[in-house]
Design a protein around this ligand. Sequence first.
Ligand code: SAH
Ligand code: SF4
Length: 347
Amino acid sequence: MNSTKTPLIGMTHSDLVELCYDAGVKPVHADHIVASVFRRYNSDLSSISTIPKTLHSYLAKHISMFEPTCSAEQLAADGTRKLVLQMPDGKAVETVLIEGAKRLTQCISTQVGCAVGCTFCLTATAGLTRNLSAAEMVAEVMAGQRISGQKVSNIVLMGMGEPLHNYQAVAQFLNIITDPKGMAFSPNRVTLSTSGMVPAIYRMLEDKFPCNLAISLNATTDEVRDRIIPINRKYPIAALIQAVREYIQQRGSKRVLIEYVMLAGINDSLEDAHRLSALLEGMHCTINLLPFNPYQGASFKRPDDATVSAFQAVLVEAKLIAIIRKSKGRDISAACGQLITEIKKKR
Ligand code: SAH
Ligand code: SF4
């Protein structure tokens, strides 16, 4: 990527309308660019036949296109595909494509690394290297579709990074992928997961982010949550739950997703299940129980299946919807950040 030029795939429709004005052509040409690049994945701007010559020369002068290189790929027996994508500056992120019965979900990274420092998360180990730009996140989606040869139907911001620590770029990314004239993902099929940045959750509400919300709750007492998600010391459970309830009240219909990583002997007791039921009482949510995905050097263990089922039963008894998330791609390096770590070790 030429750093003096703006990457086109990081631009929203209204950015492109501005660009048309700057180039002295009619704003309708923004529609043509969006249709060609974001709908038909055309990466050769010079081949767009519906835009005038003046716009072509403007684009050639000011705008760039880039595609990350795929430096590693793993395909699991269940169809889960993991890609390592290298960005123009050489930094790499992971993206995962997960096949479901009627859907193809892509898990997107929002940062290279992460600064939150959750003690059960492999991505946390190396800390934060840098934020991804909106263009780089869009490039993940494009690469996912190009490499898998399939249309992605759902997007989850659950890869490397804390999306709300990269607020502006994530907002821009969401606007680009949900643009009805462009990639046209329904906001209902896009989910942003956060470890609990309370002020940013209120800001998401104000800014009307076009996506669903997922919260990585992962504990039922501040004592445990402080230890495993350091940000809890700043935004404790009560404040987080209040923000989520407010979010639901204002946003209405769609269920919030509550993620709960189960760590053997830490947060998987029946007392935890009862406390979780009380915390979420009457909340319009779905709980995803995620048995810990082990990796080399981890200081946690995955609970056995009976413990996970007993925990789920308590939640169901309390009239909550609780799903045990099957770990997809267990025969490949399934935990987030794992493939990159393996590659680095081999070097
Ligand atoms: N930073 C955001 C989104 C990325 S992490 C967040 O924390 O919500 C996506 C999910 O994976 C989170 O719910 C996180 O708690 C979970 N997770 C991280 N490491 C895990 C592991 N080793 N096993 C199971 N789930 C894990
Ligand atoms: Fe960051 Fe999420 Fe991993 Fe915590 S779980 S370190 S917030 S990526």
